[in-house]
Write a protein that binds this ligand. Structure first.
Ligand code: HEM
Length: 257
């Protein structure tokens, strides 16, 4: 029997989850066309009208903006640090010590500001989340942006964690030991976790193995942490931030109400 495609489409698109993510499907009326144009982020980066109330610094304390600014700063200082640091178990620690001793111009300043700004980003993102919660901005129609925010929070924490490993000192070494052991105990995909046998995961093919690039902590583990820290996580976080900002505009900023 061939299923009725219109019914299938209705089941997929006529529910709250779909509508919170996709905001299309307006009736084709002249008024809705105008609304569509003025709501287009590329053509109107700011809303047509802005209420005085929404401009008060005390509403957001610019915590989301500050988090973004710090992310931008981290990207810049991180790229500069990449010119000196080598993700090699025999070189990483010495490179960090050299940087701290200003073997490269402004090495200590770069390293320390990158580290402190990393801490600051974790603090501002938590306060931003608290602000969103306290002002009730997580409620409909912004529930999808809240979910995006949760992913951004996790990415921020992962960026901090992977960065912490890179000096390859005792702190980093034992942090990667604890972190990847936790991964090894994840349900279903960690070899020590519950239900690992269900999909045939063992010590040499589970999540811990993927993170370490082996069954123990050796050179591939540092290289993987480096690639996650410098490429994959910032790329993902940057892309999701663009989506997050676009949604602030699309859902309507809560302070406008
Ligand atoms: C890297 C992390 C993040 C960045 C860069 C970021 C950035 C921003 C910015 C610039 C805004 C505009 C208003 C403001 O400045 O407060 C905003 C709004 C918002 N953010 Fe975030 N955010 C991040 C993480 C989060 C997290 C962790 C959550 C919640 C779990 C969240 C949920 C929201 C929501 C719901 C809004 C709309 C608020 C409203 O309309 O009042 N964001 N974000």
């Amino acid at each position: 029997m061939i299923p009725d495609l219109n019914k299938v489409k209705d089941v997929i698109t006529k529910n709250n989850i779909w509508k919170s993510i996709f905001r299309h499907g307006y009736e084709d009326t002249p008024r809705n066309r105008v609304l569509h144009i003025v709501g287009n982020v590329w053509m109107h980066i700011h809303p047509l009208t802005v209420r005085k109330n929404s401009l008060k610094i005390s509403y957001t304390f610019c915590l989301g903006g500050l988090t973004f600014f710090i992310f931008f700063f981290e990207t810049l200082t991180g790229i500069l640090l990449m010119f000196y640091y080598t993700p090699d178990v025999n070189r990483a620690y010495a490179d960090m010590i050299d940087l701290s001793n200003n073997a490269a111009p402004f090495g200590r300043l770069l390293r320390n500001t990158h580290r402190w700004a990393g801490h600051a980003m974790v603090i501002t993102v938590c306060f931003h989340m608290l602000r969103v919660f306290l002002t009730g901005a997580y409620k409909s129609p912004r529930q999808f942006n809240w979910v995006l925010g949760v992913v951004l929070l996790v990415l921020t924490l992962l960026l901090s964690f992977t960065g912490y490993l890179l000096p390859w000192d005792q702190l980093g070494y034992w942090a990667i030991t604890v972190g990847t052991n936790m991964a090894g105990a994840t349900p279903f995909i960690g070899y020590q976790g519950p239900f690992a046998d269900l999909f045939g995961f063992s010590v040499d093919n589970d999540l811990r193995f993927a993170l370490l690039g082996g069954t123990s902590i050796q050179a591939p583990a540092l290289l993987r942490a480096y690639v996650w820290h410098c490429l994959a996580l910032p790329g993902l976080a940057g892309g999701l931030m663009i989506l997050h900002f676009w949604r602030v505009r699309k859902d309507g900023f809560s302070g406008q109400l």
